[in-house]
Design a protein around this ligand. Structure first.
Ligand code: XMP
Length: 511
């Protein structure tokens, strides 16, 4: 990863920072987000091909406005300032930033001039504007290369010094040709070659993990989720049998899932895997417990206990592997040192395991890049594109107390629902879908007999961030098929309902 094709993104607290990093990586150039006050020495050390200043909510005149070291403009490294980034460039280099009476917001037609960053476009481009302050006078040596009806400087350049500023946001979809503008900056101005790919990430990671770990030992908690699976396989490729994975099977996984995880990692990859079948332990701790948060707490604590016991058998290890990914790193505060992901399954693990260092092989990757890495490593698609599954598993999809019988009913119903959604080709459009065993029994009729059995609820949502979600409009004929299969194939279920509530007000899970 540490090749010289790096674009540094200076973070001025803009809301689209991650998007900028992704757009750059989509152009096959590696990018890293760093705090706006990164030192000049550090920048030199990182030796980037170019620098992008993000937008940000501040005004350059605010007392606590984030400001980078002005020497950054003297390094000879090309810079693209976006929104606040352009205003800061202007303010620092002697131009004027003014305040408009009202905020300009929305898709706006920008008149554009000839420029290396607008290569391939003519006259106008529709761009997302979102600002109150604006540049009213460009610094010496700069030309205006874009304006709108209300913004005299929508884009500017100092071609000789390779300094560029744009008032609008190229990273968002509302800006037509936005990626082209970024591409132009990367290739026409920074002269990047665009050779960064996931396969090079995989190769380089394996190489550097090998160098770092050598013949020492590492331990990984494998949940069967995407992040821990990809981290485990990557480590395995680097250090082979010196990696031990512990897979705590709490018995609350979906139908056959425990066996599938074991099969993939033990048989397909030949990973040193310890599967702990702890279902009885978990179920006995959960017996009679109905309160959702209590279930979560019991499962979390028991998970740690089981893991700890297994880890003790192994003794001291040199490294503990964590599946931290880039959004976790960014969300927990840039530049504030290493953060350890408090994973739902392995929360607090570092406190319980005897290890010397943490290794986080995915901490530079976005989720979709983790998936690509997984595919590169040969992890099966159904695991790589697995829908999110809560750490406490089916325990929070059985309303009320949990028993072995209820678990079996839910596993079967859930498997039918997932199978039919997949068969209908809806699995790519629906982001999460599962069955819930409600605690409700109702009267039904089967043949000539009265029944008094469980109600299964089906839940399916589309969402991009899982913070809000819309219930999926699954075609009636598919719902009909799922319902009739569930009541016919599974004993003790005589009713199926479909959850038509979005989030908010409901949550995705029922508990
Ligand atoms: P809710 O139900 O809060 O779920 O709308 C949002 C997303 O989080 C998942 N979820 C969990 N994941 N441990 C987890 O690891 C949990 O305790 C937990 N509860 C909810 C849920 O599946 C959805 O994707």
């Amino acid at each position: 990863m540490k090749d010289n094709e790096l674009i540094l993104i200076l973070d001025f607290y803009g809301q689209y920072n991650q998007l900028i990093a992704r757009r750059v990586r989509e152009c096959n150039v590696y990018s890293e987000i760093v705090p706006y006050d990164i030192s000049i020495e550090k920048i030199k050390e990182k030796n980037p091909k170019g620098i992008i200043f993000t937008g940000g909510p501040a005004s350059v005149y605010a007392e606590d406005a984030p400001k980078c070291n002005p020497k950054v403009f003297e390094l000879g490294i090309p810079i693209l300032g976006i929104c606040y980034g352009m205003q800061l460039m202007t303010h620092t280099l002697g131009g004027t930033v003014s305040r408009a009476d009202k905020r300009e917001y929305g898709a706006t037609k920008v008149n554009i001039a000839d420029s290396p960053i607008f290569d391939g476009f003519k006259d106008y481009n529709t761009c997302l504007m979102s600002h109150t302050d604006f540049v009213s006078k460009v610094p010496d040596g700069f030309d205006i290369i874009g304006f709108t009806d209300s913004c005299p400087v929508a884009a500017m350049q100092n071609k000789e010094k390779k300094l560029y500023g744009i008032q609008f946001h190229p990273e968002v979809n509302h800006t037509v040709n936005g990626t082209e503008i970024i591409k132009n900056f990367l290739f026409n101005v920074c002269e990047c070659s665009g050779t960064w790919k996931m396969s090079s990430f995989v190769e380089e990671s394996i190489k550097s993990l090998k160098e770092r770990i050598g013949d020492r030992k590492a331990l990984c908690a494998l949940s069967g989720g995407v992040d821990s699976s990809v981290a485990a396989v990557l480590l395995h490729k680097a250090i082979g049998k010196n990696l031990t994975c512990i897979f705590v099977d709490h018995g609350l996984l979906r139908k056959n899932e425990g066996d599938e995880v074991e099969n993939i990692f033990k048989n397909q990859f030949d990973i040193n895997l310890i599967r702990v079948n702890a279902k009885d332990r978990f179920l006995s701790k959960l017996a009679g417990v109905t309160e959702p948060e209590k279930k979560r707490k019991i499962i979390g604590e028991e998970f740690i206990r089981v893991f700890e016991e297994e880890a003790k058998k192994i003794g001291t290890v040199d490294f503990l592997v964590q599946g931290t990914i880039y959004p976790d790193v960014i969300e927990s505060g840039l530049g504030k040192g290493a953060t350890i992901k408090s994973h739902h399954n392995v929360g607090g693990l570092p406190d319980y395991v005897d290890f010397k260092e943490i290794v986080e092989p995915l901490r530079d990757l976005f989720k979709d890049e983790v998936r690509k890495t997984g595919l590169e490593l040969g992890i099966p698609e159904n695991l790589v594109f697995r829908q999110p599954f809560p750490g406490p598993g089916l325990a929070i999809r059985i309303i009320g107390d949990i028993t072995d019988d209820k678990l079996d009913i839910l596993k079967d119903a859930d498997a039918i629902f997932r199978e039919e959604i997949k068969l209908a080709g809806l699995d790519k459009d629906i982001n999460q879908y599962f069955a819930v065993l409600t605690n409700l029994k109702s009267v039904g009729v089967m043949g000539d007999e009265r029944t008094y059995d469980y109600t299964i609820a089906l839940r399916a949502v589309t969402t991009s961030d899982f913070m809000t979600a819309t219930w999926s409009k699954i075609p009636y004929d598919i719902l009909e098929k799922v319902s009739s299969r569930i009541v016919n194939e599974i004993k003790h279920v005589n009713r199926v309902v479909y959850d038509i509530t979005s989030k908010p007000p409901a949550t995705i899970e029922w508990e």
